[in-house]
Design a binder for this molecule. Structure first.
Ligand code: SF4
Ligand code: SF4
Ligand code: FES
Length: 305
């Protein structure tokens, strides 16, 4: 190839499909190793392919401590974003995020070094401080990455509190027929933005605002999901690690605390039953109709089932 001929595009520098779609990965760091590498994780040698990160190496072995990776989902397509810092590990070069540090030959990685372990704990508590932790009434209860990570890390009481302690509730966006957005549970991991823009290539979602006002928004400037250009493919819901994006119909479907994660560490009020006589739990519709027709003298015209 002559030096004047353009280099072919690699799979990573393909331009966005349209001028108007802002890709979600613009600030994803280029973090993969150039060559095959042998690194040591908690005393175990592991060889990883070119293009690997320390998180790849950590996932190859049984580590001394659990290393979560909340803002990271399927490295080929989404992330690493290096946003949540729940994946910190200690190396010869200090404490680094495993998801966005290249696996370089000869690196020594420790998951149980105290500074790394403490950094993961602090960062998880910071993530939880952006979340309302109402697990027992959340449609993602039992299939939530944030909950799984909190259980694995024995979180009892996040040191910085949870969003519920503060007075910053945003209204739930219930306008779409298929997806509910509860920004009070959003940990700003960016997974949904990347899934929508870079994988699904629909260009609907974006991060908007700054600092404490950062939130999930829409590229067309709409205030609601209904007014956005969403095609309801559901990809964003699939990758969301919390109950922030939930399929309609099961948005508040679950109320059962998980073992190890219950009222003690999820927000919720236990309501003592008043001294009242209990009726049937859920009256049958037909029974209600019969009651009503009896009281009102009946509705002869209506064809009840
Ligand atoms: S459901 Fe809508 S917002 Fe979510 S990925 Fe699909 S197009 Fe984007
Ligand atoms: S809505 Fe879910 S996937 Fe999107 S940024 Fe918030 S927590 Fe992450
Ligand atoms: S998974 Fe590494 S910073 Fe979020």
């Amino acid at each position: 190839m002559s030096s004047h001929e353009p280099e072919p595009h690699s799979e990573f520098d393909v331009p966005p499909l349209t001028e108007t779609i802002a890709p979600g990965t613009a600030s994803d760091p280029d973090v993969t190793s150039a060559e095959t590498a042998t690194v040591t994780v908690d005393g175990q040698e592991v060889e990883v392919e070119a293009g690997s990160t320390l998180l790849d190496a950590v996932e190859e072995v049984e580590t001394d401590e659990y290393v979560p990776a909340l803002c990271h989902y399927d490295r080929q397509d989404i992330g690493p974003r290096s946003e949540c810092r729940t994946c910190m590990v200690e190396t010869d070069e200090g404490v680094v995020p495993a998801c966005s540090t290249p696996a370089e030959d000869g690196l020594d990685v420790s998951t149980d070094a105290a500074p790394a372990s403490e950094a993961r704990d602090v960062n998880l508590d910071l993530v939880l401080s952006d979340h309302n932790l109402r697990c027992t009434t959340c449609g993602k209860n039992g299939r939530c990455d944030l909950q799984d990570v909190s259980i694995e890390n024995d979180v009892e009481e996040p040191r910085y509190g949870v969003l519920d302690d503060r007075d910053e509730y945003e209204p739930i966006d219930d306008t779409s027929d298929f997806i509910q957005i509860d920004r009070n549970k959003c940990i700003l991991c960016n997974r949904c933005v990347e899934a929508c823009n870079d994988v699904q290539v629909e260009g609907v979602l974006r991060m908007e605002g700054h600092g404490g006002d950062t939130r999930i928004g829409f590229q067309n400037g709409s205030d609601t999901m209904e007014g956005s250009t969403c095609v309801s493919c559901g990809h964003c819901v699939t990758v969301c690690p919390t109950g922030s994006l939930v399929e309609k119909g099961i948005e508040d479907a679950t109320t059962i605390p998980l073992p190890g994660f219950n009222q003690k560490n999820s927000v919720g009020k236990v309501v003592e039953s008043a001294d009242v006589e209990k009726g049937p739990m859920t009256p049958m519709k037909r029974d209600q109709v019969t009651e009503t027709t009896r009281e009102t003298g009946g509705d002869e015209e209506r064809d009840w089932p």
